[in-house]
Design a protein around this ligand. Structure first.
Ligand code: ATP
Ligand code: MG
Length: 264
């Protein structure tokens, strides 16, 4: 049965999408069957998986509104044309700007925050992991992700305001846990874009460990330009340049999460 994880942080630009696509590719590389869901109208995870958001036939929008099933709308990640056909694929439920409209359209539908959960219940046997890339907000879309998930992965930069932003997210997760999804928990905090030469980053990293203990993942993702370049080639870094430092770190993280998931 698939484990469902949201990659969430309401702060923008903290590495949610980079984490989701590289984790999906990393898990696929270690033999897992993965479905990536792009819950962000920006469609970055879609593009970063080699799927053109402007030419989406069906996507997460259609699934949320009940107009398509997950099976009908999911497409394989696409990088075979780029000479990377040996890298295992994952499946993608894509998004584009149309998804912004779902926010409004969902309001009048029954069980509006549980639409994704219901849709996913039909495919749980087809995947080992479902990874959901959330938008930088605590919106109805994010709420659908949190209601469907077993847990949340929180990517964060080790900066001064990072801990402050975490409080809002933790409170939201507590509320969803109490009212809508008793399954939900924080799986862990992932330190991303890490630069060990910066003293402040080391200090915040130590604070995180002191405060959250083993909820902080062992894997640390360094700042690495290859991770930032690869989406423009329609690929996660793990596929584009598997030997780059950032890609190796995401592979470590994929292995760590696969083994941690067995204890959930
Ligand atoms: P949004 O909130 O807009 O959805 P996000 O949280 O999904 O943003 P990303 O899009 O993953 O964040 O990353 C923000 C920017 O930082 C991107 O340009 C990305 O390429 C870059 N980036 C992410 N992780 C790294 C890294 N480890 N090293 C270098 N650049 C990175
Ligand atoms: Mg994003």
């Amino acid at each position: 049965m698939a484990k469902i994880f949201c990659v969430a942080n309401q702060k923008g630009g903290v590495g949610k999408t980079t984490t989701t696509i590289n984790l999906a590719a990393g898990m696929a590389a270690v033999g897992q069957r993965v479905l990536l869901i792009d819950l962000d109208p920006q469609g970055n995870a879609t593009m970063g998986s080699g799927v053109d958001k402007r030419q989406l036939d069906l996507g997460i929008y259609d699934v949320l509104l009940g107009e398509a099933s997950v099976r009908q709308a999911a497409v394989p990640s696409q990088w075979s044309d780029a000479g990377k056909k040996d890298h295992p694929i994952y499946h993608v439920l894509g998004a584009n700007r149309e998804l912004a409209g779902a926010e409004v359209e969902l309001v009048n539908l029954p069980q509006r925050e549980k639409r994704l959960k219901q849709a996913l219940s039909l495919v749980l046997d087809s995947y080992d992991f479902v990874l959901i890339d959330c938008p930088p907000s605590l919106s109805m879309l994010t709420l659908n992700g949190l209601c469907a998930a077993n847990g949340v992965i929180v990517p964060m930069q080790c900066e001064y305001f990072a801990l402050e932003g975490l409080t809002d997210l933790v409170n939201t997760i507590k509320q969803v846990h109490a009212k809508l999804n008793p399954d939900l928990r924080i799986i862990g905090l992932l330190r991303v874009m890490f630069d060990p030469r910066i003293t402040l980053q080391q200090q915040v990293s130590e604070q995180l460990k002191a405060h959250f203990g083993d909820k902080v993942f062992n894997a640390v993702i360094p700042r690495n330009v290859r991770l930032a370049e690869s989406p423009s080639f329609g690929m996660p870094g793990v596929v584009f340049d598997p030997s780059a430092r950032g890609s190796l770190a995401y592979l470590d993280f994929a292995r760590e999460l696969v083994s941690r998931a067995q204890t959930l």
